[in-house]
Design a protein around this ligand. Structure first.
Ligand code: ADP
Ligand code: ZN
Length: 247
């Protein structure tokens, strides 16, 4: 991270802490909770940004894609069914995804907040999430906008760690992740599946942008900018939410 991002991220963290002090009368988790959801087409940079923000804010990054890929790796019958859906570029059923995320948000590390990457992906999932965070604090939705031609190029070049899910920096032609895992191309990062995932995004997920705009919690960020700049802009958006919360 360059100094300006570190700065932006530290401002976000400081603001959250200051706000926590100003709201001593509220229950502990409601005071400090950041509930952020990242929305954007495949390859918009959600995974990279979720990891950076989560680290800066001290909350977990929760990636439903990573959770599903772990289920696939287990080789169970359910895992095989999930793999078939993912390789077609389609979506896992809303009810099942909601159960998975509900269970994850129950875990203690998520009580202080979270950055969600890959959920919600449908309006039905967004309604379910609203019910899950009701009473826990503010929800902020960040749209990472990237045009289609840039996405196909990004995804067909992308390499991802088979162990921890980390996205490799495209500029670095290395074969190993810092965690020791092998960097590989994802099974669904081939051109046919990429096109289908983009169609799925337009049909099922893009309506969430309006859903969150109507609730006045949407912040749009240009995802074609450098990753550092994108992080800084999201951190600022999170700051503004805490500043205007006025409590
Ligand atoms: P990307 O954003 O690059 O498409 P993800 O890793 O977030 O990749 O998701 C990979 C696949 O996992 C999706 O194409 C979809 O099949 C499935 N998936 C992930 N999250 C959800 C969700 N919330 N609802 C339904 N399916 C999901
Ligand atoms: Zn790794």
């Amino acid at each position: 991270m360059n100094p300006s991002v570190a700065h932006a991220a530290s401002i976000a963290v400081r603001t959250v802490r200051r706000d926590a002090r100003a709201r001593k009368d509220r229950p502990a988790e409601a005071r400090t909770s950041v509930h952020a959801v990242l929305i954007g087409p495949p390859g918009a940079g959600k995974g990279t940004q979720a990891a950076r923000l989560a680290k800066a804010l001290g909350v977990p990054a929760i990636s439903t894609g990573d959770m599903l890929r772990r289920a696939v790796q287990s080789g169970s019958p359910l895992g095989l069914a999930i793999r078939a859906v993912m390789e077609r570029g389609e979506l896992i059923a809303d009810a099942m995804m909601t159960d998975i995320v509900a269970a994850r948000l129950q875990e203690t590390d998520a009580h202080a907040g979270f950055v969600l990457d890959g959920f919600p992906r449908t309006v039905e999932q967004a309604h379910a999430l609203e019910a899950l965070v009701a009473g826990r604090g503010d929800l902020i939705a960040v749209e990472l906008a990237v045009p289609e031609h840039a996405i196909v190029r990004r995804l067909s070049q992308r390499r991802v760690c088979s162990q921890c899910g980390l996205n490799a920096e495209p500029a670095h032609a290395v074969a190993l992740c810092p965690c020791g895992g092998a960097l590989q191309q994802r099974a669904d990062d081939n051109e046919t599946t990429i096109r289908e995932r983009l169609r799925t995004y337009e049909r099922a997920t893009r309506p969430l942008v309006d859903f969150y705009r109507q609730r006045r919690v949407l912040h749009a960020v240009d995802g074609t900018q450098s990753p550092d700049l994108v992080t800084a802009q999201i951190a600022r958006a999170i700051d503004s939410v805490f500043e205007h919360a006025g409590r």
